[in-house]
Design a protein around this ligand. Sequence first.
Ligand code: OGA
Ligand code: NI
Length: 353
Amino acid sequence: MPLQAQPNVHQQHMYQKGVKHMCDKGLTQVPNKYILPEPERPHNLVADGCISLPIINFAQLQGSDRPRVLASLSKACQEFGFFQLINHGIGDETIGKMIDVSKRFFELPFEERQRYMSSDLHAPVRYGTSFNQNNDKVFCWRDFLKLSCHPMQDYASFWPSSPLDLRESMGAYSTNIQHLYERVMEAVLESLGVTHETTLYEQGNQLMVVNCYPACPQPQLTLGLPPHSDYGLLTLLLQDQVEGLQIQHKGKWVTVKPIPNSFVVNIGDQFEIFSNGRYKSVVHRAVVNSMRSRLSVASLHSLNANFNVTPSPILIDESNPRLYRDTNYADFVDYLSSSDFKCKRFLESRKLQ
Ligand code: OGA
Ligand code: NI
């Protein structure tokens, strides 16, 4: 009964503590705070409409097959905005330790995790829940830990000091991912015919987001993450074996089939703008399920906050007019705080005409 009643002050407080905390107290129904209006609910949870993303073999990209792989990469970025990166060279042990310590972080007593809660979007470490817990009318079924990562020496001392091995395991993983990201960006740019743009990624930001989606008693009523596109240049996502990521493809929501130890890579808004619309920043979301909790780790790479992103002049000519205005991080923050953004996207606000 209390969980279905209108929220009072005490219950709002409970939602702010996160989904894991609420579930640990026992729950058989989804509280109203998490119930989406009918049209926004996920109508296909899993199974039907499962797709395999185009596969890019990173090892092949380094050899004589590079031109062929670049062609597949270009096709994937235009048609899906997503691809699955295999043979990336990051060791199982580096990945395993990072996942293991992430799980143990969410198992810490709430009081310990709470030390890292912050409503400051610029804090180098943020533990929290939902999408934007200060604005969201309906909450999503997700808790998160966000860590600023690059350059590491500026940030690691802010990261949680427990579990004791968190800094070391997260540090090793995020450094490896940053290196991989730079090689992937190099290839993605080359596939567009743009070279000598190393400043685009060498001075960028890296934000790691550990997403924790507890098992949900009524997964058809809520979402782990609402439909969104990623703001930055590229995202490298590690998902576990539990399905949950869905992308918009040919007007439908399709579930991305997990491939162990590979990364789901997607184009972000900044890259769509840079490519003048050739490569697509595609809307995606996360669904939850009643059987298993799910963990994913996204590494979000974006341009340094002081830089403007502008469509590359190389990609603009008479038959390809400029499609977007210049944009920077301040515009994005303004946008986030000004709208309740139900899938109205930041990118739309940047389009010319
Ligand atoms: C994200 C994201 C999807 C997932 O963190 O931006 O889209 O499957 N995550 O967790
Ligand atoms: Ni995303």
